[in-house]
Structures are given as structure tokens and as C-alpha cells.
Design a binder for this molecule. Structure first.
Ligand code: NAP
Length: 251
């Protein structure tokens, strides 16, 4: 008998790593809440791709910076599919490369609001909904950090790197806090992955350009990150919690 289909909410699931994760989950026959911030068309394309892969998905607009939006994306996913087994805390942004001394306050605040506050809101909601001590069934949280947490991104975006350092620490602490509550908490740390995020940081060719300098000699594909995320969501990783998995071509 094939294992029970899981229901997973993916923040920032419309494009990039989130989209690839949704599609791989779909290939397992899972149900996916595809959250997005603004690009409804991309989210609908992801929903269609999940269905084509063999799963079920719905698109859910919502800004992870807003507590009410976060609560609503959980409500909508659970209402559509009747349960929740996993959450991928994936929504994240960068900004154009700059030294910290030259960064505007608004930019730093936006990075921290989305990448740290948003991730904390989503993780808190996941703990409330899935925690066995609160009537949930347990589950898995996968946080999407970055190699920037270890490398620090000097001269490029130390604000972003610091926000991802916070994600690593959140992963370690929350994994211990929720271990007795039936929830595993892990993170992936992607390196240079070919997605639109680099264009939003003003350098569309960044992953390809710098990817050749990695030990594996190339940038990664979002599917290569998604494979690890799906493993961490699945029962195959049942003894893994508090892990930070680097997916960076050896960088
Ligand atoms: P991407 O292609 O730019 O996609 C980002 C996704 O996040 C989009 O779906 C976007 O929604 C959503 N999003 C942005 N702000 C949001 C908000 N406030 N609320 C809800 N959703 C929001 O980025 P990506 O490269 O796939 O990145 C995904 C994650 O991987 C991020 O956390 C990023 O830091 C991390 N990461 C990426 C790389 C890389 O090289 N690509 C490396 C290390 C870590 P819309 O589609 O509506 O705009």
C-alpha cells in the first residue's frame, strides 16, 4: 500500500525553489497550499504543474510579514485538504548588492521583515497547528536558509546573510523545542541556485557567473534543492531533526 498523501503548505511556492518543491510533492500525490505574495499568474502555473505531476494544489495569496495573512494561509490549506503534515518556510527576498554602510534603513527592515519576522510567524503558526500538545498530528517544518548564513555575503548583502543566520538558529532551537510535540524541524542551505531571486537583486546572471567557481563547477537547479526539502518533509527522514543541509555544490 502506498503511504498516505501528505498536505504541505509552501510559502513563496509560486516561483523558484518553492515551485520546484510543490511539483515534486505533487509527483508523490500530495496536496499543496501554494502561497505567493503578488504573482498570481506564476502561482496558478505552479498549481497546474502540481496537478500534471499527480498532486492537488491551490494558490493562496498572502504576505508572510502579516500575521493575519499567515493564519489565513494555514486556514485555507486545512479547509481545502482537511489536514496539515508539513510546512516549507521558503518565502524570502534579497536586495541589490551593497556594503552595509551604504544600505538604507527601509531596505534592511524589509529584508528582516520578510526573511526573519515572516519565517518566525510561519514557524509559530506551524507549531500551533501541528503540535500534538495542541491537538495537532505532528509533522515537519523545513526552513529555507542559505549558504550566506555561513559565508556572510560581504560587500553584497550582509543584511540578507544575517537574516539567514537567524533561520539556522531558529531551526536548531525550534527542533529541540518541538521534538516532544511530534514536529521535526530542519533547514536546507542552498548555494547559487538558478531562480529569479538574483534578478530581483539586480544581477540576473549571478548564479551562473559565480556557479563556475564552486567545486562542482556550476550553479544548482531549484529541483536539486527541492529533492532535499521533500526528503525532509517525508517519513524517510524520520530520525532527522535540527539538521542544516547544505545544497551548494561544495561552496
Ligand atoms: P524567487 O524565485 O525570487 O521566489 C521567491 C518566492 O517568494 C516567490 O514565490 C514570491 O512570491 C515569494 N515571496 C516573496 N516575498 C514574499 C512575502 N512577503 N510573502 C509571501 N511570499 C513572498 O526566490 P528563490 O530563489 O526560489 O528563493 C526561495 C528561498 O530560497 C528564499 O528564502 C531564498 O532566500 C532562498 N535561497 C535562494 C537561493 C538562490 O540562489 N536562489 C540561495 C539560497 C537561499 P511572488 O511570486 O508572488 O513574488
Amino acid at each position: 500500500m502506498s503511504p498516505k498523501a501528505k498536505t504541505v503548505l509552501i510559502t513563496g511556492g509560486g516561483r523558484g525553489i518553492g515551485r520546484s518543491t510543490a511539483i515534486l510533492c505533487g509527483a508523490r500525490g500530495w496536496n499543496i497550499g501554494v502561497n505567493y505574495a503578488a504573482d498570481a499568474k506564476a502561482a496558478e502555473e505552479t498549481v497546474a504543474a502540481v496537478a500534471e505531476a499527480g498532486g492537488n494544489a491551490i494558490a493562496i495569496a498572502g504576505d508572510v510579514r502579516e500575521e493575519a495573512d499567515v493564519a489565513a494561509m494555514f486556514d485555507v490549506t486545512i479547509a481545502a485538504f482537511g489536514m496539515l503534515d508539513g510546512v516549507v518556510n521558503n518565502a524570502g527576498i534579497v536586495a541589490p548588492g551593497s556594503r552595509l554602510a551604504d544600505m538604507a534603513t527601509d531596505r534592511i527592515r524589509r529584508i528582516v521583515d520578510v526573511n526573519v519576522m515572516g519565517a518566525l510567524f510561519v514557524a509559530r503558526e506551524a507549531a500551533q497547528r501541528m503540535g500534538q500538545s495542541r491537538g495537532g498530528q505532528g509533522g515537519a517544518i523545513v526552513n529555507v536558509s542559505s549558504m550566506a548564513a555561513r559565508l556572510g555575503s560581504p560587500g553584497e548583502y550582509v543584511d540578507y546573510a544575517a537574516s539567514k543566520g537567524a533561520i539556522d538558529t531558529l531551526t536548531i532551537g525550534l527542533s529541540k523545542e518541538l521534538a516532544g510535540d511530534g514536529i521535526r524541524v530542519n533547514a536546507v542551505r542552498p548555494g547559487l541556485i538558478e531562480t529569479d531571486i538574483h534578478a530581483s537583486g539586480g544581477a540576473p546572471d549571478r548564479a551562473r557567473r559565480l556557479g563556475v567557481q564552486t567545486p562542482l563547477g556550476r550553479a544548482g537547479k531549484p529541483q536539486e534543492v527541492a529533492e532535499a526539502i521533500v526528503w525532509l518533509l517525508s517519513d524517510a527522514s524520520s530520525y532527522t531533526t535540527g539538521a542544516l543541509i547544505d545544497i551548494s555544490g561544495g561552496r
